[in-house]
Design a protein around this ligand. Structure first.
Ligand code: PLP
Length: 472
């Protein structure tokens, strides 16, 4: 494709995206396909001949759109918001268009330095001190794995340079809770700790926040048995019920044993843009690393996950490789982000943040977050005021966890009822919510926070929930 052909097709594509986004409210929220349906609508082998661009757009409309769950729809209340602000989409296009290669500072100084600047803006926006430095990873899962690798090497005295974990005399232990995101368990397993050395610390039964006493006891037990307490992963806004582990207590306990504390603020990092919510991560300055996904509620398009550390030199020592073909005469002077994570080649991801912040502005983003919090509060009030409904966990941010409980159902029947009414709504395509298990029982998470979701959408949803749960 020549630049001139690109110009023409690009205009068409932008028009198509703008039309798609304007019409999204009219589309079914959940993808309307069966497994294999999208795959089977494609040719078995790659096209040999050039096709006109318009044909591709038609195919997108005919074959791809129906296989998308419309997470940008104002009636999407599932999982967590995965906003993709159009301002950041432009940044993504700019990033792709430049085709820059981030394998070293030298391969694209701007890629490195715009990342340094924008990540530092983000640090300031959530009120973190200048003791933190950060980078952009693809996901919070990668950030958590990176944190646990760094923790492992701190406790294991850089065992990767010798016999690795296999040569350590004592087991290294990670602490988290059942409420933590599944990526924490996955990271601990992939980092080689082993399931036997992953402690699920007890939680407060109401808030599902980690109990500091239980953490201290678990650490003492492990020390007594000759194991090495290595890392605590604290949830700052868990996926299930947006639980907040008591970070100040956790860092105090961890500090006396030199244990690494990673704060998983993938979702709730965004709330820290609002000073009135920062008490929820009190003590965070004492942690060693933090992950936060602007690609969730804040709205910078995937994949934009921030990873902050207090000691980049430690991370670099763990992650660094220095093959001759990547050496340059600025080594030692410039940041080499390949040494801050796992991949070598990196995209110009910071342009997404830069465009988003420039074109939308932090103030408008903060206003939107406050709107969502008010909408969640409104829904929680309706639920609390209705005797047939329960708020199953305290509302902490914008995800309202509910159950319709008419009071005459045993626990198995209540579970069935919950799954049935939410299935009916999700199948209808009118709205989408995520059922999930809470203390072993099925509940429904209503996660408010899509950019275009206004109060009227939440009102429509509440009516739909009442009509469906009360009327089938
Ligand atoms: N941590 C929490 C609290 C999450 O809610 C999620 C995803 O929803 C993750 C981590 C994983 O995020 P990612 O998809 O960026 O790996």
């Amino acid at each position: 494709m020549t630049p001139e052909e690109f110009r023409k097709a690009g205009h068409q594509l932008i028009d198509w995206i703008a039309d798609y986004r304007s019409g999204i409210e009219q589309m079914p929220v959940r993808a309307q396909v069966q497994p294999g349906e999208v795959k089977n609508s494609f040719e078995r082998s790659a096209p040999d001949n050039r096709a006109p661009f318009g044909e591709l757009i038609d195919l997108l409309d005919a074959r791809v759109i129906k296989g998308i769950t419309q997470v940008q729809s104002p009636m999407h209340f599932g999982w967590f918001p995965s906003n993709a602000s159009l301002a950041s989409v432009l940044g993504d296009i700019a990033s792709s268009g430049l085709g820059a290669l981030g394998i070293s500072w030298e391969s694209c100084p701007s890629l490195t330095e715009v990342e340094e600047v924008t990540v530092d803006w983000m640090r300031q926006l959530v009120g973190l001190s200048d003791q933190w430095r950060g980078t952009i990873h693809d996901t919070a899962s990668t950030a958590c794995l990176t944190a646990l690798l760094a923790a492992r090497e701190k406790a294991g005295k850089f065992c990767l340079q010798h016999g690795g974990l296999q040569a350590l005399p004592d087991a290294l232990v990670v602490y988290t809770t059942e409420e933590a995101h599944s990526s924490v368990e996955k990271s601990a397993l992939l980092a080689g700790f082993g399931r036997d050395n992953l402690r699920m610390v007890q939680m407060d039964t109401n808030t599902r926040a980690m109990s500091p006493n239980a953490l201290a006891l678990a650490i003492d037990d492990d020390l007594r048995l000759g194991r090495v307490p290595t890392a605590v992963v604290a949830s700052c806004g868990s996926t299930g019920v947006t639980a907040f582990d008591p970070i100040a207590d956790i860092v105090n306990i961890a500090a006396s044993h030199s244990i690494w504390v990673h704060v998983d603020a993938a979702m709730a990092g965004t709330a820290m843009m609002l000073p009135e919510y920062r008490h929820l991560w009190d003590g965070v300055e004492g942690a060693d690393s933090i992950s936060w996904n602007p690609h969730k509620w804040m709205g910078t398009i995937l994949d934009t996950s921030l990873f902050f550390v207090r000691d980049p030199q430690h991370l670099i020592r763990v992650m660094s490789t220095n093959p001759s073909y990547l050496q340059s005469n600025v080594d030692g002077e410039a940041t080499q982000y390949r040494d801050w994570g796992i991949p070598l080649g990196r995209r110009f991801r910071s342009l997404k943040l830069w465009f988003h912040l420039h074109l939308d502005g932090a103030e408008a983003i903060r206003d939107r977050l406050r709107r969502d919090l008010e909408n969640a509060n409104w829904l929680a009030e309706q639920v609390t005021a209705n005797p047939d409904w329960e708020l199953v966990s305290p509302l902490t941010l914008q995800t309202v966890c509910v159950r319709h409980n008419p009071g005459n159902l045993g626990s198995a029947a209540l579970d069935q009822h919950t799954l049935e009414w939410v299935r009916q709504i999700n199948d209808s395509g009118t709205a989408f919510m995520s059922p999930s298990q809470h203390n072993g029982e099925w509940i429904v998470r209503v996660s408010i926070g899509v950019e275009s979701t206004q109060r009227k959408h939440v009102e429509t949803l509440w009516q739909l929930m009442q009509d469906t749960a009360g009327g089938y």
